[in-house]
Design a protein around this ligand. Structure first.
Ligand code: SF4
Length: 94
């Protein structure tokens, strides 16, 4: 049996410090845009989800700040910025 942790195990080693406001926001009125559904597929942390109405929602707690969702969806759909200093992810992969 392997002692190497999987992706979820590695993500569980990260530490996240909330800044009090989300550093990524879906632009108002764009929640059902077809392009936004790509974020659900590509976010490595699984922070996007799509509900039964076709609306995409985001919980940025646990964001890896990789920028993949921004590349997939663009600034027309996402208001994306790094968290303010001292907040955000701290990697501890060791
Ligand atoms: S920056 Fe990366 S981890 Fe954060 S929400 Fe976008 S795809 Fe997910």
């Amino acid at each position: 049996m392997s002692s190497t942790p999987g992706l979820k195990g590695k993500l569980g080693l990260n530490v996240f410090k909330e800044s009090g406001k989300s550093h990524i926001r879906i632009r108002e009125g764009k929640e059902k845009h077809p392009q936004l559904a790509k974020a659900v597929l590509v976010c490595p942390a699984g922070l996007y989800s799509q509900n039964s109405k076709g609306e995409v929602t985001l919980s940025s707690d646990g964001c890896l700040e990789c920028g993949t969702c921004l590349i997939a969806c663009g600034r027309e759909l996402l208001d994306w910025e790094y968290p303010e200093g001292g907040a955000g992810v701290q990697f501890r992969f060791g």
